[in-house]
Write a new protein. Structure first.
Length: 147
C-alpha cells in the first residue's frame, strides 16, 4: 500500500478548484488526513516516509472575513418596527443594540442586573458572558429600555 504525497496534494487542490470548497473546508480535510497519517505511521512503520510527507503538508491561510453589520438606518428601521409591536420586543432589541450583549447574556439577565437611573445619569446593565466573565455596560439613557 502506498500513499503518494503528490496524489494528496492533488486531492486538496481538487477540493478547492473543482468542488469549490473554502480554505477552511480544505484545511478540515487535511486535518483528517493528518490524523489518519499519524495513526498509520505507528500501525504500519514501513509507511513512515509517506506518512511524514502527509504530515508536512501545510494548512492554507484563508482570507480574513469582514464583519457584516447593520447600518444605522437599518437599526433605526428595526427599532421603529418593533415600537409598533410589543413593548417587550422593543425593550429587548434596544438592550441588545445599546449593550452589544449576546442573546445568551440577555436571556440570563435578572431584574437585579439592570440599574436604571434618571435621564441625566447613565444607566447600566450587569452582563455575565462566556466563561462566566462579567462586565458592566452603560446603556443609552435616551431609550431607557422603551420606557
Amino acid at each position: 500500500m502506498t500513499l503518494p504525497l503528490r496524489r494528496w496534494g492533488d486531492f486538496l487542490l481538487w477540493l478547492e478548484d473543482e468542488r469549490e470548497n473554502s480554505t477552511a473546508t480544505r484545511n478540515a480535510r487535511l486535518a483528517a488526513l493528518r490524523s489518519f497519517a499519524d495513526y498509520l505511521q505507528y500501525e504500519e512503520p514501513e509507511m513512515l516516509t509517506e506518512c511524514r510527507g502527509i504530515l508536512s503538508i501545510h494548512t492554507k491561510k484563508g482570507s480574513e472575513g469582514h464583519l457584516k453589520y447593520l447600518s444605522s438606518e437599518a437599526v433605526k428601521a428595526i427599532l421603529e418596527e418593533a415600537a409598533e409591536g410589543s413593548l417587550r420586543d422593543l425593550a429587548l432589541l434596544q438592550l441588545l443594540y445599546d449593550s452589544g450583549c449576546r442573546v445568551g447574556e440577555l436571556i440570563n439577565l435578572s431584574t437585579n442586573s439592570l440599574a436604571l437611573r434618571n435621564p441625566s445619569e447613565s444607566s447600566t446593565v450587569y452582563l455575565v458572558g462566556k466563561g462566566r466573565k462579567s462586565r458592566i455596560v452603560g446603556i443609552s439613557s435616551a431609550h431607557h429600555l422603551a420606557s
